[in-house]
Design a protein around this ligand. Structure first.
Ligand code: SF4
Ligand code: SF4
Ligand code: FES
Length: 237
């Protein structure tokens, strides 16, 4: 049976890589490899996953230097030579082993006013969004974000400037900026207009290249830049 040589991050920020040998199987994913190590070789290995089908966004790790969702990353694509190096996501604190602390990531969603603010109560009728409206069409892709953090982990500006809101939070803000039911548009644009907001993006496109859902946070951020400029010209910010 052929095998994979797998280096796995152990410990916290100042940890180290530990080597494991794992059987190579057909249609094996990187998450399958991590699961094999935890179940058969070392039950103390910590990692995170839930759905295993690319929906929950919890399984993202750094695989051979790049952030990826591991449940849908096939070993045959990333380890042609049989070597794998698996670590926690970059640009986030390490809890232990392969588990990154997502708190700063989701705190930035809140800072970017990533919460929907409507006016209707549960006693009112549902407010409808027309599927063919300009606003709904503008966010047709962006609303598919699963919050995996791959873009955030891949963004150089986040690495240079830890205050930067980052691609996922700004993508979320863009979806709400186009939500005709939302009443917090001015606050949201103010929140993303600062030094750590959309104008800090250098349009490197790493987020767009790496997003496993094939979304383009870069495009969403460009849309926010246009909205902020327009609001500023009108004196609304
Ligand atoms: S396009 Fe902007 S948000 Fe995306 S990786 Fe580049 S700098 Fe970061
Ligand atoms: S934009 Fe893509 S890479 Fe970023 S959190 Fe959402 S799904 Fe993940
Ligand atoms: S385990 Fe849910 S996206 Fe990978």
């Amino acid at each position: 049976m052929s095998t994979l040589q797998v280096k796995v991050w152990r410990g916290g920020e100042s940890g180290h890589f530990q080597q494991f040998e794992v059987p190579r199987l057909e249609s094996q994913t990187v998450l399958d490899v991590v699961t094999h190590i935890q179940r058969r070789l070392d039950p103390t290995l910590s990692y995170r996953f839930a759905c295993r089908v690319g929906m929950c966004g919890s399984c993202a790790m750094t695989v051979n230097g790049k952030a990826r969702w591991t449940c849908r990353t096939h070993v045959s694509v990333v380890a042609e030579d049989g070597n794998l190096e698996i670590g926690p996501l970059h640009n986030l604190p390490v809890v232990k082993d392969l588990v990154a602390d997502m708190t700063p990531f989701f705190d930035k969603w809140a800072q970017a006013q990533g919460q929907f603010r409507g006016t209707r109560t549960r006693k009112d009728e549902f407010e409808q969004v027309r599927p063919d409206s300009v606003e709904r069409q503008a966010v047709d892709e962006a609303i598919e974000c699963i919050g995996c953090g791959v873009c955030y982990s891949s963004c150089d500006v986040v690495a240079w400037n830890p205050e930067y809101l980052g691609p996922a939070a700004l993508n979320r803000a863009w979806t709400l900026a186009n939500d005709v039911r939302d009443v917090a548009q001015r606050e949201r644009l103010s929140a993303v207009a600062g030094d750590a907001g959309c104008h800090a993006c250098h349009t490197h496109m790493s987020c767009t290249e790496r997003c496993p859902k094939l979304l383009s946070p870069t495009k969403s951020i460009a849309g926010l830049k246009r909205l902020v400029l327009s609001a500023a010209v009108k004196g609304e910010l």
